[in-house]
Write a protein that binds this ligand. Structure first.
Ligand SMILES: Nc1ncnc2c1ncn2[C@@H]1O[C@H](COP(=O)(O)OP(=O)(O)OP(=O)(O)O)[C@@H](O)[C@H]1O
Ligand SMILES: [K+]
Ligand SMILES: [Mg+2]
Length: 686
C-alpha cells in the first residue's frame, strides 16, 4: 500500500487514539511535543485573559500542531489494528484432548493414539502438556509435533493458502495455535503458556502496544530535546534583548516563535516512522520482535544461512543405497532400516519408507535407541550383540575406528569414494556401519539423501552482494556437499561440518570484527546462533526453539526475504535521517523568515533582511505557525510509506538526501509562509 495522502476514514479511526495521546503523561515520551502543548496552554490562558484574533489564531494552531503529531502516531498504529482483529479470531477457546501424564506417557505407550486423554479448554493448556489433534481440528496451542505427520492449513496466520506439512523429529515440527489440521493426526507438545503464544505476540506487535523505543530513536530524541532547550534559551535571550532595546515582544509571540524554531516536524513523526517500519515488515509476512532488529537489518554486513530447510527445501529424502564390495545390498538395507526404525527425523523416516515401503517392521525387543543429535551427527540402535549406526561420514568413521584397529576396515577407501560421489551431486551421504559382538565394526555402505535448492535463491543472493552483504552458508553437512550446494545457491562462502557451537562462534568472530550479522535458520541446533546474531530470522517452518531464539520470524520461510528485511531497515534509517534533516533545515529557515518581520517595526533597518515582505508582523507569525503545523500533515504519508530506497553506496545516499531534504527544507518555508501570508493577511485583525 502506497498511500500518498491520508484518507478520511483513516483519520476518523485514528482520532480517538490521537486525542488520548494528548495527555501530558503520554507526551512525556516526546519532549518536543510536550513543549508545544505547554506553549498551547500558555497562549490559551493569555487569549482568554486578553482575547485577540492573533491570540486565538496562534492558540488554535498550536493545539492542532500537537494533535497532528499524535494523529500521525495513531494512524501508523491503526494500520495494524485490522490485522490484530483477524488474529484475535484465531484465539477462540476450543476443547483440547490432553494426554494424561504428558510427554513421558507418550514415550512409553504402545499405541500412542489410544492413550487416556482428558478434554480441557485450550486456554488452560500449559507448556509441556501433550495434546492429540486430528483432521478437521484446530490446533489448540503452539507446540512441536512429537508424533506423526499432518498437513496443516496455516493460512490464517501466514496468508498462504497451500497446506504445509508438519512432522515430528525434524526441523519442520513447529505448529501454531489456531491453525487447522487438514489430514492425518499429530501429537503436539505445547511450548507456550497461556497469553504468550505466537499469535499473542503477533497481536501485540501489529498493534504496536509492545513497541519499545530503539537506542537510535532514544538518542535522536535526546538530540531533539537538547535543540529544544537551546531554542528556549535563544527565545528567552531574545525577549531580554528586545525588552532592553524597546522592541518589547509579547509572551504570545515568543511562544509562537519558539514552536516554529524547535524541531516539531521530526518530533511529531518520529514514532510513526518506527511503527510504519515494523508494519511494512508485517506486510511482507515478517514479524520483528523488536524495532532494534529492524534497524540492525538496515546495516547488516554478513548473512549466515543454514543449508537444509533454509537454502534447500529441507525434505531430505533417502533416494538410493550404495553398498561396498563384499556387502550384499540386502545387508546394507537391513542395517539402514534397523538404524532408522526409531529415528523420528524426516531423514530417518525416509529411509524406512525407501527400504520397507508401507510395512515397517516393529522395533526389535531389547533395542536401545541412539537418537540423532546435531552434536554427534549420528543415530542408530544398540541390540544385544549388535550395534548399528548411520550418520555423517566423519562421525561414523570416528565411531568405527573406536571399535578396532584401522587395518580391520578395508572398505574405508571405497566408502570415501561413495561419499564423494553422493556429495558431488549435492546430496547428503549417510554412512552405515555395524558391529557384531566385540569384533571391530564394519562399514556397510552409504545412503544417499537428496535435497533440492529453493528456486530463485541465486538471483537474490546476487542482489544481496550488490548491497554489499556477504552470504555464508553454515551446515552440519560434509565439505563436498556443502561446496556443491553453495555453488548452486551462489553463496560467497561456506562453513561445513559445523556444530551449533561453530555457528555461534562464527557469528561472535564476525561481531568482534565490528560487523553486524544476520542469521537465517530453522533448526533447534540453529537456536544459539539465532540468539547471538544481531538479526536472527527464524523460518516459520522451523522448530519452536528457533522461533523463540530469533528476533524475527519469516512466516513464508524464505531466507531470501532477508533482502526485503534489509531494504526495509535501510528505508527506516534513511526516512528518519531525511525527515530529521528536513525538519531542522526548516526550522533554521523559519528563523530568518519570521524574525525580521517581528522586529521590522522597531528596527526599520532590518528591512533589508525582510526578504519575504510579509504583510504584517501578526500575519507573519500566524503564517509561520500554520505552516509549521501543516508541514507535519504533509509529511505523514512520507513517514508512513518511507523514503524510496534504491541500492546505492552510503555516501551517495547521504549526499542525495542532504541535497533533497536539506535544501528542500531550507527553501519550502520561504515559499510556504509567503503563500500562507497572502491568505492570512486577508483575515481582519492580522
Ligand atoms: N537422522 C539422522 N541420522 C544420522 N545422521 C544424520 C541424521 N540427520 C542428519 N544426519 C547427519 O548429520 C549432519 C548434520 O545434520 P543437521 O541437520 O544437524 O545439520 P545442520 O547443522 O542443521 O546443517 P544443515 O541444516 O544446513 O544441513 C547431516 O549432514 C548428516 O550427515
Ligand atoms: K518547528
Ligand atoms: Mg538444519
Amino acid at each position: 500500500m502506497t498511500a500518498r495522502t491520508l484518507t478520511a476514514p483513516q483519520v476518523r479511526e485514528a482520532l480517538p487514539g490521537a486525542l488520548r495521546k494528548l495527555s501530558p503523561h503520554e507526551l512525556l515520551a516526546t519532549p518536543v511535543m510536550l513543549v508545544v502543548e505547554l506553549g498551547a496552554v500558555v497562549t490559551t490562558v493569555l487569549s482568554v485573559l486578553d482575547p485577540s484574533v492573533l491570540g486565538w489564531s496562534v492558540t488554535v494552531w498550536l493545539w492542532l500542531t500537537v494533535l497532528f503529531g499524535t494523529l500521525a502516531e495513531s494512524v501508523a498504529e491503526g494500520r495494524g489494528k485490522a490485522q490484530a482483529a483477524s488474529l484475535r479470531a484465531l484465539q477462540t477457546d476450543t476443547l483440547a484432548r490432553r494426554v494424561r501424564g504428558g510427554v513421558d506417557q507418550l514415550r512409553h505407550a504402545g499405541d500412542r493414539w489410544e492413550l487416556p486423554v482428558e478434554e480441557v479448554p485450550s486456554s488452560s493448556l500449559r507448556r509441556d502438556d501433550v495434546v492429540l489433534v486430528q483432521a478437521g481440528e484446530r490446533i489448540p496451542a503452539d507446540g512441536d509435533v512429537v508424533e506423526g505427520v499432518a498437513s496443516v492449513d496455516e493460512s490464517a496466520v501466514t496468508g498462504e493458502s497451500a497446506p504445509v506439512i508438519r512432522e515430528s523429529g525434524g526441523d519442520r515440527s513447529a505448529v501454531t495455535g489456531g491453525t487447522v489440521v487438514l489430514s492425518d493426526r499429530i501429537a503436539v507438545r505445547v511450548t507456550s503458556d497461556p497469553g504468550q503464544s505466537f499469535v499473542d505476540r503477533m497481536i501485540a506487535l501489529v498493534e504496536g502496544s509492545e513497541r519499545q523505543r530503539t537506542p537510535n530513536e532514544a538518542a535522536l530524541e535526546v538530540l531533539l530535546s537538547a535543540l529544544t532547550v537551546v531554542f528556549l534559551v535563544v527565545v528567552g535571550t531574545l525577549y531580554l534583548i528586545a525588552d532592553h532595546s524597546g522592541a518589547r515582544q509579547s509572551v504570545l509571540v515568543l511562544v509562537a516563535l519558539l514552536v516554529c524554531l524547535i524541531p516539531t516536524t521530526i518530533g511529531a513523526l518520529l514514532s510513526a516512522i518506527g511503527i510504519a517500519g515494523m508494519d511494512r515488515l508485517v506486510r511482507r509476512n515478517v514479524l520483528a520482535m523488536s524495532g532494534r532488529a529492524v534497524e540492525a537489518a538496515g546495516d547488516v554486513d554478513v548473512l549466515l544461512l543454514d543449508k537444509t530447510g533454509t537454502i534447500t527445501h529441507g525434505n531430505r529424502r533417502a533416494s538410493e543405497l550404495l553398498a561396498v564390495t563384499g556387502v550384499a545390498p540386502e545387508e546394507l538395507a537391513d542395517a539402514a532400516l534397523l538404524a532408522s526404525l526409531a529415528d523420528e527425523t524426516p531423514e530417518g523416516r525416509s529411509i524406512v519408507e525407501l527400504v520397507a515401503p508401507g510395512d515397517a517392521p516393529p522395533v526389535p525387543a531389547g533395542a536401545e535407541l541412539v537418537e540423532f543429535s546435531a552434536a554427534t551427527r549420528m543415530s542408530g540402535v544398540d541390540l544385544p550383540g549388535r550395534l548399528v549406526r548411520k550418520g555423517a561420514a566423519s562421525a561414523v568413521a570416528r565411531w568405527v575406528h573406536g571399535t578396532g584397529p584401522a587395518a580391520a576396515h578395508p572398505s574405508v577407501a571405497e566408502v570415501e569414494t561413495l561419499v564423494q560421489r553422493v556429495s558431488e551431486q549435492g546430496g547428503t551421504p549417510l554412512v552405515v556401519a555395524a558391529q557384531e559382538g566385540t569384533a571391530p565394526a564394519r562399514l556397510l555402505g552409504v545412503v544417499h539423501l537428496k535435497d533440492v535448492v529453493k528456486d530463485g535463491i541465486r538471483e537474490r543472493f546476487a542482489e544481496l552482494r550488490a548491497m554489499g552483504i556477504r552470504t555464508v552458508m553454515v551446515t552440519g553437512d560434509n565439505a563436498v556437499t556443502a561446496r556443491v550446494i553453495a555453488e548452486e545457491a551462489g553463496v560467497d562462502d561456506v562453513l561445513a561440518e559445523a556444530t551449533p557451537e561453530d555457528k555461534m562462534r562464527l557469528i561472535r568472530e564476525q561481531q568482534q570484527g565490528g560487523r553486524l550479522v544476520a542469521m537465517c535458520g530453522d533448526g533447534t541446533n540453529d537456536a544459539p546462533a539465532l540468539a547471538q546474531a544481531d538479526v536472527g530470522v527464524a523460518m516459520n517452518t522451523g522448530t519452536a526453539a528457533a522461533k523463540e531464539a530469533g528476533n524475527m520470524v519469516d512466516l513464508d520461510s524464505d531466507p531470501t526475504k532477508l533482502l526485503e528485511v534489509v531494504e526495509i531497515g535501510k528505508q527506516l534509517l534513511i526516512t528518519r535521517g531525511a525527515l530529521t534533516t528536513f525538519s531542522v533545515a526548516n526550522d533554521v529557515a523559519k528563523y530568518f523568515a519570521v524574525l525580521p518581520a517581528m522586529f521590522v517595526v522597531a528596527f526599520p533597518q532590518l528591512g533589508v533582511l525582510n526578504v519575504m515582505q510579509l504583510s504584517s508582523p501578526e500575519s507573519a507569525i500566524v503564517s509561520a505557525v500554520v505552516f509549521n503545523a501543516l508541514v507535519i500533515v504533509a509529511l505523514v504519508p512520507l513517514a508512513l510509506r518511507g523514503v524510496r530506497y534504491r541500492p546505492a553506496a552510503a555516501d551517495v545516499l547521504l549526499r542525495r538526501n542532504l541535497l533533497v531534504y536539506g535544501l528542500g527544507g531550507l527553501v519550502t518555508p520561504f515559499v510556504g509562509i509567503k503563500l500562507l501570508d497572502l491568505v492570512v493577511s486577508l483575515i481582519p485583525g492580522l
